[in-house]
Ligand binder design. Structure first.
Ligand code: MG
Ligand code: ZN
Length: 221
């Protein structure tokens, strides 16, 4: 049987809302809005857009932003059970996120450890927040501006007989969804999958995700 490997998005997937959008709404000047729209409509790369949005924020906001996100971030139902489910079955669970280290690590801390966590990195040494992208696009990525390039990470980690599962909610998961054997989607990722005729399974909670994966593993309900 093929070995299952799961790649799970963070913002809007593990958390109910997108943390970057929440923090921009709260702390950024309105200049972030056209950048956000351009990212969603694919007029601007995710990498450049995220970099520009964070550059609107002074580093002095770091502690305020972090405690704001830790307080308001809600974890999607069933996530803790889902993590235990993968651990019991020795299914590697990778978190692959276009979000930023300074809020992802503390929010995920009570649930880990995971097979690994891939995300973008923040630098607070200048006047404004600077974002680094340590997991950039490989030569096979057709998009080239992913920021945290999910398809490149999947190619790096997956061996030939593995069955890849991608769980996500938005535009940052699209390139990974094109590559995955199984796509578990919600929200905007559903729209994009429909548009591009990519097969997907819809989910609302991680209880749904467990059920979908059980079916893929051939576990009787
Ligand atoms: Mg997301
Ligand atoms: Zn890429």
């Amino acid at each position: 049987m093929r070995k299952l490997v799961i790649f799970c998005d963070f913002d809007g997937t593990i958390t109910n809302k997108d943390n970057i959008i929440s923090l921009m709404k709260e702390f950024a000047p309105p200049e972030y809005l056209p950048i956000k729209e351009n990212i969603l409509s694919q007029k601007q790369s995710i990498r450049d857009g995220v970099k520009e949005m964070f550059a609107l924020l002074p580093v002095s906001l770091k502690d305020q932003i972090t405690s704001f996100l830790l307080e308001q971030a809600q974890i999607r139902d069933g996530f803790a059970e889902f993590v235990s489910y993968t651990k019991e079955r020795n299914i590697p669970l990778y978190i692959v996120s276009g979000g930023i280290d300074f809020f992802i690590h503390p929010i995920l801390e009570p649930f880990g450890p995971f097979a690994d966590v891939y995300c973008n990195e923040s630098d607070f040494s200048g006047d404004n927040i600077h974002i680094h992208f340590p997991h950039g696009c490989d030569e096979l990525c057709t998009s080239k501006g992913c920021g945290c390039c999910k398809p490149s990470i999947i190619r790096q980690l997956l061996d030939d007989n593995a069955l890849s599962v991608v769980i996500g909610d938005s535009i940052t998961d699209l390139e990974a969804a094109k590559l995955a054997d199984v796509v578990i989607a919600r929200d905007f990722l559903i729209e994009k999958c429909e548009e591009l005729h990519i097969r997907y399974e819809p989910f609302k909670s991680f209880h749904d995700v467990i059920q979908i994966i059980d079916e893929k593993l051939g576990v009787p309900q």
